[in-house]
Unconditional design. Structure first.
Length: 301
């Protein structure tokens, strides 16, 4: 039993339209689901990913309109690293989004300050890519590589990662969740002196991918390691269990299925507001109160 890398990462945006313009318009990801936060259905939950909405490249955002800008600190993820296939791809993205070009990577931020990195990675994992008219297919983003979090005490988390979650050690403050299909890394960096502030441009949680029939076993294992997980929550497109790892970062273990095509034609993912059945009775009200958002001009036709 192994976790299959990073399933999704959920962050906070104060501006759904600017968020769509950046992640779909600039980065060329596909908006695969436009729905509401199941814990607060008055606000959006947007999901961006590859053309199929696969676990492994899924950036999701809760919209809190007008939220104050946040800042990552102790116990918070501060950077999402995604794969590209070549140095030429890094050059292409440097021209498109700017940022700081390094030997094997490109560091930049989204418009709200969320730390992002594209990295040239050798991997046998299937590339998860989205089609976009302005982005040559060979330069497209290919999936998550790692998330980086701040902590002043990485040792507190070691037993949970290595004994319960079966992360492989990959250096002093670096671990790999290596499954049979995909892998993803979790890295600690030393925490800054300033306290973190949750808010726009910060990460809410990272989800690790579980085979559908193994999620309860993972839940039992993290309980044995001293974590305090929620019951299994049915998110409709996947099932979720949440707990905090000892540094303070919110973890989720999410099933790989059934996926985003369970309630939409795969050709038309993300085009209309999708509500899980238990919220459908709120549709009339939500369609007037949610901020209208439009696909970016350069997005797929
Ligand atoms: Zn989640």
């Amino acid at each position: 039993m192994k976790l299959e890398g990073i399933h999704h990462v959920t962050s906070i945006t104060a501006d759904a339209q600017a968020n769509v313009d950046f992640y779909a318009g600039r980065l060329g990801l596909r908006l695969v689901k436009k729905t509401v936060n199941q814990d607060d259905p008055t606000v959006y939950h947007l999901f961006f990913g590859d053309d199929k909405g696969s676990p492994g490249l899924d950036l999701t955002f809760f919209e809190y309109p007008g939220a104050r800008p946040g800042r990552a600190g102790q116990g918070m993820i501060h950077r999402l690293v995604m794969r590209v296939g070549s140095s030429a791809a890094l050059d292409f993205w440097h021209g498109r989004v700017g940022g700081e070009r390094r030997e094997a990577g490109l560091l930049f931020s989204d418009p709200e300050g969320l730390g992002l990195e594209l990295r040239k990675v050798e991997t046998s994992d299937e590339p998860l890519t989205a089609t976009h008219p302005d982005i040559p297919a060979e330069h497209a983003i290919q999936g998550f590589e790692e998330v980086r979090a701040f902590t002043s005490d990485p040792e507190r988390s070691r037993a949970l990662f290595e004994d319960a979650m079966k992360f492989e050690k990959d250096g002093g403050m670096s671990w790999v969740a290596r499954g049979s299909r995909r892998e993803g890394r979790y890295i600690f960096d030393p925490a800054p002196a300033e306290r973190g502030v949750p808010g726009a441009g910060t990460v809410h949680h990272v989800a690790w991918a579980s085979l559908d029939n193994e999620q309860l076993d993972w839940r039992d294992r993290v309980i044995e390691a001293g974590a305090n997980p929620t019951p299994v929550i049915d998110r409709y497109w996947f099932k979720s269990v949440y707990f905090r790892e000892p540094s303070g970062v919110l973890f989720e273990i999410a099933t790989m299925g059934p996926g985003f095509a369970v309630d939409e034609d795969p050709k038309h993912l993300g085009e209309r507001l999708i509500l899980p059945p238990r919220f459908e009775h709120l549709r009339d009200q939500l369609e007037v109160t949610l901020t209208p958002i439009h696909a970016p001009a350069a997005a797929r036709s």
